[in-house]
Ligand binder design. Structure first.
Ligand code: GLY
Ligand code: MN
Ligand code: MN
Length: 434
């Protein structure tokens, strides 16, 4: 389950076909200093990875569209540094091993930028790379001062994301295999937590169990910091402290997914720490589960991105009436978004190399994006009744979200995370049973 070398080449070709001419520049990113001489783990920029597969930080990929030529700028070899930090390819080997057309020392990049400002009219940069954009402007200014006549009259800097995202949003079979693997490892990790939770007394032990399975099964990292939120903590949507004591009578909401070969997974499960749902916990859970299933039913080719969300909102709104949390008509709850007090996020986002992956959510003129085969999105409705919320007392401190990753595939979507239990009976039969 790895992206093949020839795939990176094909991706560069696809990009060249889209931009037609001009030149695209993508930086890998650098190691980030934590303090002094310690660093956060390096993870390449996803666009850089998508088009090159080259693993070293401080590298730059240049794709010249016509005729197609790809250049890698990378660190030069440094035997002394390599003793400490490991192998450096060096530009020549980088070029050969990664099937590129030319490898140049990173030190030559600024001179290269100067040259392309004179020879190239259209330059494509990542929207987020404001540093490179500013560098180009500075170089352009300095050239203007010294060689006005040689500068391209209208160097146009355009959004590379606009084109690259059209490619990244549709996942190939190879990519889906990587996502499938990430989903399978994450499902195992959630199951492992469920089976062993009776041995745990704090959220941090659950966090440790998740990371243990991620690493044991070959994932390289968390796709995002895991949320392990017991009791009322589940009502803080981005809770990542993961350090509260576990109470047997509470639910725990776990939002955790690993990254496998640069592809994410994203699963949320909520279940009773003590092994069985109380009546109010069950009532809320059944509503969220019904909303999630109804939303998944809407994931089909040619439906809109918004359709799952609309279905989820309908079921949740009716549920809020049934729970006597809201005493309005369903149409009023939906139209005035009264549900949003208890369901304050959206149902879905794209998922791929990044957990919140690239891709438009709207079409230019006609509303919500149309779903196509090969897209991967999450379905993650929830209900959150904080312990100070104005809801019947029995529901206070209950926060529930259920999240699966779903592949658009014709009329019936494929749930990539279906190995992770979510039915009440399945949960109650596995919790604490190791
Ligand atoms: N885990 C991030 C999200 O569900 O969007
Ligand atoms: Mn998500
Ligand atoms: Mn999530």
């Amino acid at each position: 389950m790895q992206i093949k070398l020839k795939t990176f080449k094909q991706r560069r070709k696809n990009l060249a076909n889209l931009i037609k001419g001009g030149i695209a520049i993508i930086r890998s990113g650098s190691e980030k200093t934590r303090s002094n001489d310690t660093f956060y783990p390096y993870r390449s920029n996803s666009y850089f990875e998508y088009f090159s597969g080259f693993p070293e930080p401080d590298s730059i990929l240049v794709i010249m569209a016509k005729p197609l030529k790809s250049i890698i700028f990378s660190k030069t070899k440094n035997p002394e540094k390599e003793i400490w930090d490991g192998y450096i390819y060096g530009p020549e080997k980088a070029c050969i091993d990664f099937n590129l057309d030319e490898g140049l020392p990173i030190q030559e990049f600024d001179k290269f930028l100067k040259d392309i400002l004179i020879t190239e009219e259209n330059i494509y940069l990542l929207d987020e790379d404001v540093e490179l954009r500013s560098k180009l402007s500075h170089i352009a200014l300095s050239i203007k001062g010294s060689a006005r006549s040689r500068l391209q009259k209208k160097n146009q800097i355009s959004s590379l994301n606009y084109y690259a995202d059209q490619l990244r949003i549709i996942k190939s079979k190879e990519e889906i295999d990587c996502i499938r693997k990430a989903c399978s490892i994450s499902s195992s990790a959630h199951r492992y937590v469920m089976e062993n939770i009776h041995n745990d007394s704090n959220e941090f032990q659950i966090d440790a169990r998740l990371n243990y399975i991620f690493s044991m099964q070959g994932a390289q990292a968390e796709a995002y910091k895991s949320i392990v939120a017991s009791g009322n903590n589940a009502c803080t949507l981005h809770y990542i402290k993961n350090n509260s004591k576990l109470n047997k009578g509470d639910l725990v909401l776990i939002d955790a997914g690993c990254e496998y070969n640069h592809y994410a997974s994203d699963i949320t499960r909520t279940f009773p720490i003590g092994g069985s749902f109380s009546a109010p916990q069950r009532d809320v859970y059944e509503i969220v589960l019904a909303a999630q299933k109804k939303a998944i039913d809407q994931v089909k080719k040619n439906n809109r991105f918004d359709d799952p969300h609309k279905s989820a909102v309908e079921v949740l709104s009716q549920g809020l009436i049934d729970l006597k949390v809201l005493k309005k008509s369903i149409s009023e709850i939906v139209e005035k978004k009264l549900y949003a007090k208890f369901f304050m996020h959206r149902t879905s986002h794209w998922m791929g190399m990044d957990v919140h992956d690239v891709g438009n959510y709207f079409t230019a003129n006609s509303g919500s994006a149309v779903l196509s085969d090969g897209q991967v999105l999450t379905i993650e409705p929830g209900l959150y009744f904080a312990d100070n919320a104005s809801v019947p007392k029995a529901f206070r401190g209950i926060g529930i979200r259920i999240e699966d990753d779903v592949l658009v595939s014709g009329k019936e979507a494929e749930i990539l995370t279906s190995d992770c239990p979510k039915e009440i009976s399945a949960l109650e039969s596995i919790i604490g049973k190791s």
